[in-house]
Design a binder for this molecule. Structure first.
Ligand code: PEP
Length: 251
């Protein structure tokens, strides 16, 4: 039985004051025990969030980390070991905004994924197709290639301690959501790709859906058999809305 997970990606949003308010809102939420909850604040606010959420069952993760797990001469980067030291347990790898805007490609993402695991962080690998790719009928090919690049290099066993988020690029921050069936079809293909190598890993790994998830569409999405929760962007900045999405995963 996979434990559902709902994670909030705060992206580049927040000031110390607004983050303090969000922490208060999160602290007030009654969380269903069956759902794992995580937030990914901007790097600058990680310590504030770790301190502010002490005693609350919400994990904290980073939105990005370096290609090396230890410390070193890498100006501007933060290593997975430093994130662990700061209280993080998770890290996003390959969010589409980083793939598209920062030019992160498979080679770098494989290194980031491996470095994160070497430090004990759980990587949340984000994969998904653009609108152009979907319209060209290439969704499964694209997603399979993004997943396959990690499997080929690190082995399917790497997913025994990882989470996968399917996030169609055309649904991120656009208000467009994949229909529950569209999302389920891709999730089933992802699980089948893993199962072809190792069925135990495939059955155990959590597959989150991301892309304009709100309280209003979460129940239907999370009701699909291969959708184990969500990676939530915009809606995670509002504690009440985020709480309603968490409850939807608990149903
Ligand atoms: C995201 O950035 O991972 C995301 C899913 O964003 P949104 O929910 O705002 O579409």
């Amino acid at each position: 039985m996979r434990r559902p997970m709902v994670a909030g990606n705060w992206k580049m949003h927040g000031t110390r004051a607004s983050v303090a308010e969000l922490i208060n809102g999160l602290r007030d939420l009654a969380l269903p025990s069956g759902v794992e909850v995580a937030v990914f604040p901007p790097l600058l606010h990680i310590s504030q969030v770790v301190d502010g959420l002490k005693g609350k069952s919400i994990s904290v993760g980073a939105q990005n980390s370096a290609v090396e797990s230890g410390q070193g001469a890498l100006t501007g980067e933060v290593s997975p070991s430093q994130l662990v030291d700061a209280g993080c347990s998770l890290v996003l790898v390959g969010h589409s905004e980083r793939r598209q805007l920062m030019g992160e490609q498979d080679g770098v993402l494989i290194r980031k994924f491996a470095a994160a695991q070497a430090s004990g962080l759980v990587p949340v690998l984000c994969i998904g197709e653009t609108l152009e790719q979907r319209e060209a009928g290439k969704t499964l090919e694209v997603v399979s290639q993004q997943l396959g690049s990690i499997i080929d290099e690190l082995g399917v066993g790497a997913f025994a301690k990882a989470v996968i988020a399917y996030e169609p690029v055309w649904a991120i921050g656009t208000g467009l959501t994949a229909s529950p069936q569209q999302a389920q079809d891709v999730h089933a293909a992802i699980r089948a790709q893993l199962a072809a190598e190792n069925s135990e890993v495939a059955q155990g790994v959590r597959l989150l859906y991301g892309g304009s998830v709100k309280a209003a569409n979460a129940v239907e999405l999370f009701g699909m058999p291969d959708i184990d929760g969500g990676l939530i962007g915009g809606a995670s900045l509002n504690a009440d809305e985020f709480g309603a999405i968490i409850r939807a995963a608990g149903n």
